[in-house]
Design a protein around this ligand. Structure first.
Ligand SMILES: *[C@@H]1O[C@H](CO)[C@@H](O)[C@H](O)[C@H]1NC(C)=O
Ligand SMILES: *[C@@H]1O[C@H](CO)[C@@H](O)[C@H](O)[C@H]1NC(C)=O
Ligand SMILES: *[C@@H]1O[C@H](CO)[C@@H](O)[C@H](O)[C@H]1NC(C)=O
Length: 327
């Protein structure tokens, strides 16, 4: 959801250079479970929404793909421009590369020059090369930095490492007061306490931030999403702290459900809904609007025909008084 800053890009480069084996990196199974839970919070489905693209009118332009890359925060540009250099690129974004490059410097949420962009994104999602780029970017921009912070804090439980990733996806990893690293900084250091106590404290601070963010524009949507924290709190309270093959978190309706290890989650593509250009939740597609217009025009024509008949022949029957005789 948040774009990378120059600082975080530099940080990524530095951490890649200095990378040492991590303390307690999540196993692929644990990571797949964490990812499926975040997907549930983001899209009410455990699989990735590779083809999602919509202008949700949140001041960030188009929100697209598996972690909500946006056209105003550079990460959508990052995904598209990396894909455009991939040998598997199938040219979907040719009309938009120039415009996206411009937005990469202005960080505007304007949709000007991006007509058809969501259709291009939807089409590109059927290309495995584009899906692989989305996964790699989500890892580089959110997963790896979140796990680095977990390492620095000495966190070893999957519940803590997963919760930091989920917070990074939702709230970003930049230096603003609402970001995941800022919430970590407002939580007392984990030294001298059980890791369960620390993650419980972190989640309380995350919940407080979700309902009192420094950016008032996100307050309503964020405060409504505290189920993300409640679900992890449920895992903590039921002793499900180091995910193995299966676990039972809460879904967006607060009901317990089962998530299993699924190593195919990063490659599996299940086509989703194609959203219209104009976006907005519940908005009608251009096709639907055209169909309604045609039906209305026909009704008006038929009505006019009957009125015309009534005036000329003094009957509402379409074929005049004679039609009564035939019937
Ligand atoms: C949690 O799982 C990880 C990865 O399997 C493992 O390295 C770690 O020792 C486990 N931690 C505890 C406390 O069981
Ligand atoms: C996109 O913007 C970032 C941040 O200003 C900059 O570092 C990067 O070079 C830009 N990318 C291109 C291709 O211009
Ligand atoms: C959090 O604290 C660390 C260590 O004091 C500091 O380097 C980092 O910039 C802080 N991050 C934010 C987002 O405030």
């Amino acid at each position: 959801m948040h774009g990378p800053t120059f600082l975080s890009a530099a940080l990524l480069a530095a951490t890649a250079f200095l990378s040492t084996p991590t303390l307690a990196a999540l196993t692929d199974c644990q990571k797949s479970m964490v990812q499926q839970l975040t997907n549930t919070f983001e899209n009410s489905q455990t699989h990735f929404a590779f083809d999602y693209c919509q202008d949700i009118k949140d001041g960030r332009g188009f929100t697209c793909g598996i972690v909500g890359f946006t056209t105003s925060t550079r990460d959508a540009f990052d995904v598209v421009s990396t894909y455009s250099k991939d040998p598997g690129y199938s040219q979907e974004f040719e009309p938009y590369l120039g415009k996206l490059l411009e937005l990469n410097s202005t960080q505007s949420d304007s949709a000007e020059g991006l007509s058809g962009f969501c259709d291009a994104w939807y089409t590109a999602a059927s290309n495995p090369a584009f899906r692989a780029v989305q996964v790699a970017k989500a890892d580089a921009l959110y997963y790896t930095p979140a796990q680095k912070i977990a390492d620095n804090l000495g966190l070893t439980l999957a519940i803590s490492r997963g919760q930091l990733y989920d917070a990074a996806i939702q709230m970003g990893i930049e230096s603003d007061p609402d970001s995941m690293p800022s919430i970590v900084n407002r939580t007392a250091k984990p030294e001298g306490m059980a890791e369960e106590t620390w993650i419980s404290n972190f989640m309380k601070e995350r919940q407080r931030t979700l309902c009192n963010p420094s950016t008032p524009a996100t307050q309503a949507a964020w405060c409504a999403s505290v189920t993300r924290v409640e679900s992890y709190t449920h895992l903590l309270e039921t002793g499900q702290t180091n995910f193995t093959e299966t676990f039972k978190p809460l879904n967006n309706d607060g009901k317990e459900f089962t998530i299993n290890c699924n190593l195919d989650v990063w490659t599996q593509y299940i086509p989703g809904k194609r959203y219209g250009e104009e976006g907005g939740s519940g908005g009608l597609s251009t096709g639907a609007v055209a169909a309604i217009a045609v039906v209305l025009a026909l009704l008006v024509l038929v009505g006019a025909f009957f009125v015309h008949r009534r005036i000329r022949h003094g009957t509402w029957r379409p074929f005049g008084k004679r039609s009564m005789v035939i019937v």
